[in-house]
Design a protein around this ligand. Structure first.
Ligand code: FPP
Length: 243
């Protein structure tokens, strides 16, 4: 898509309601690479470029929160070389992009259990989180070693350990202990590459989200695709169970 077309779509999208929070399952890096006869890690490299483009597009659009599913609790089953390649890529990305994030008032947060993330990449993450802690225009939440069922189970465990007394339990009691506590629920969830599943992603928080599936593979997903997804979201009528 030409730059001018993307700018036109951005202007159009900005005329409607902009969701506060968009969540993305970035899928299809491996297939993108295979289609070009490249290694899977090359696909992830191209996927990291897409992350950069989508963060810029989200900021231009005026999103407040963008959650990206980067590594699931199931992804440990991938070959060791791919797993370490992904974390190396993430560290490189953070080293390169944190200054730009600061300049553009973008805060980095994570959801998921970081305790299993290798020490080097974890230190890069913690540093970027600390440096961008005061930024507020856009918050990027990266889901790492994340699984929604694990998150909900951990929230229940924290509740139990806090000596829960006020029965009956309310949804808000659980919400307060989720990794996303204080972050509004996503209004729109995008999954790329033609798969139509939630794959243990934000099962609690996506209760009322609009779901948008596209055949586009993640490395091919650019600013114009995000604006198109938001315009599709704007066309849908959201009733939250009412009439
Ligand atoms: C999905 O494609 C790819 C991922 C879940 C990995 C995304 C992670 C990065 C691009 C690393 C950089 C991370 C950050 C936070 C900068 P897939 O491998 O499932 O593709 P396939 O389904 O076609 O095999």
């Amino acid at each position: 898509m030409q730059k001018a077309d993307a700018e036109k779509l951005l202007a159009q999208a900005r005329q409607g309601h902009i969701p506060q929070h968009v969540a993305v399952i970035m899928d299809g890096n491996g297939r993108w690479a295979a289609g070009k006869g490249l290694s899977r890690i090359k696909g992830h490299q191209a996927g990291a470029e897409s992350i950069r483009r989508i963060i810029t597009a989200a900021r231009k659009l005026g999103l407040r929160y963008l959650t990206l599913y980067a590594f699931s609790t199931e992804n440990w089953k991938r070959p060791q070389a791919e797993v370490s390649g992904l974390f190396r890529l993430m560290s490189k990305f953070l080293k390169k992009e944190t200054a730009d994030m600061l300049k553009n008032d973008i805060r980095l947060m994570t959801i998921g259990d970081l305790s299993r993330i290798p020490e080097g990449p974890r230190a890069s993450l913690e540093e970027s989180i600390r440096r961008t802690a005061e930024c507020r225009s856009l918050t990027v939440l990266v889901a790492l070693n994340y699984g929604a069922r694990q998150e909900i189970a951990a929230a229940c465990e924290k509740l139990l350990r806090s000596g829960l007394k006020d029965a009956p339990l309310q949804p808000e009691d659980i919400e307060k202990h989720l990794d996303t506590a204080g972050v509004p629920d996503p209004e729109l969830m995008i999954r790329t590459s033609g798969e139509q599943r939630l794959s243990n992603f934000l099962l609690w928080q996506l209760s009322y989200a609009e779901l948008y599936f596209t055949e586009t593979l993640w490395p091919d997903f650019g600013d114009a695709h995000l604006y198109e997804a938001v315009m599709e979201f704007q066309k849908r009528e959201r009733r939250f169970g009412g009439l």
